[in-house]
Design a protein around this ligand. Structure first.
Ligand SMILES: CC(C)(COP(=O)(O)OP(=O)(O)OC[C@H]1O[C@@H](n2cnc3c(N)ncnc32)[C@H](O)[C@@H]1OP(=O)(O)O)[C@@H](O)C(=O)NCCC(=O)NCCS
Length: 190
């Protein structure tokens, strides 16, 4: 007996369809006073690669809705080559989570450093500027399955974090703050 063939639903796209890499040379005008590359330069490149990846998957114009955690693990130097590798890790109805890995490379010294990994939530927009449905995602490796589930869990955690933060904010009053800040390195001057 032959196993029944199964196909992805129509319109679904594989992760590989939109994988995007941008490599850019870090020129002196990108540096701060300390001679290292401005964090903002890297953020701008990350936003660019996230856009390209998301727009390819969506087949539509996209906007950045939120960014999850940008931790700079190592400084980037002038003359380094910075590569940003982006892939769609998760899709909802109109949103996509694009995972971005950033590496910097000193080609002369043959040193490659992982500078950060971040997750950009991008939303597709239609011609009326309304969120537009995006194609489903075809997962072709175990790593892609793991990333999809990780993104789903991150989304759930973000929702409960947001609710908890709202509760904390609503409960904060001046007298409680004065008490809890007693051991902190601040001076209340009022
Ligand atoms: C983000 C934005 C598209 C959401 O629009 P909205 O009308 O509130 O749409 P919805 O509530 O229907 O949400 C649409 C999708 O975005 C997701 N979303 C909305 N806000 C989000 C946020 N802060 N973080 C992550 N996802 C978000 C929703 O979960 C939903 O996903 P789904 O369809 O996959 O379930 C809208 O607020 C916007 O255009 N913001 C400005 C974006 C921009 O200009 N970015 C550049 C900044 S300089």
């Amino acid at each position: 007996m032959t196993a029944a063939l199964s196909y992805p639903p129509a319109g679904y796209k594989p992760v590989s369809f939109s994988v995007t890499t941008i490599t850019e040379l870090m020129i002196p005008s990108y540096a701060n006073f300390g001679g290292k590359i401005h964090g903002g330069i890297l953020l701008s490149l990350m936003d660019k690669v996230a856009y390209v990846c998301a727009a390819k998957h969506a087949g539509n114009y996209c906007v950045t809705a939120s960014i999850d955690a940008v931790n700079f693990l190592a400084p980037v130097e002038v003359g380094d080559l910075v590569s940003l590798i982006a892939s769609v890790n998760y899709v909802g109805k109109t949103s996509m989570v694009v995972g971005i890995k950033v590496i910097s490379e000193n080609v002369k010294a043959s040193v490659v450093q992982h500078t950060n990994t971040s997750y950009f939530t991008m939303v597709a927009k239609d011609d009326q500027n309304k969120p537009a449905e995006v194609p489903g995602l075809i997962l072709e490796t175990q790593e892609q399955v793991r990333r999809f589930e990780e993104a789903r869990k991150r989304k759930e955690l973000k929702q409960s974090y947001g609710q908890e933060m709202q509760k904390i904010k609503a409960e904060l009053d001046y007298d409680t703050c004065r008490e809890t800040l007693a051991g902190e390195r601040c001076w209340i001057n009022l």
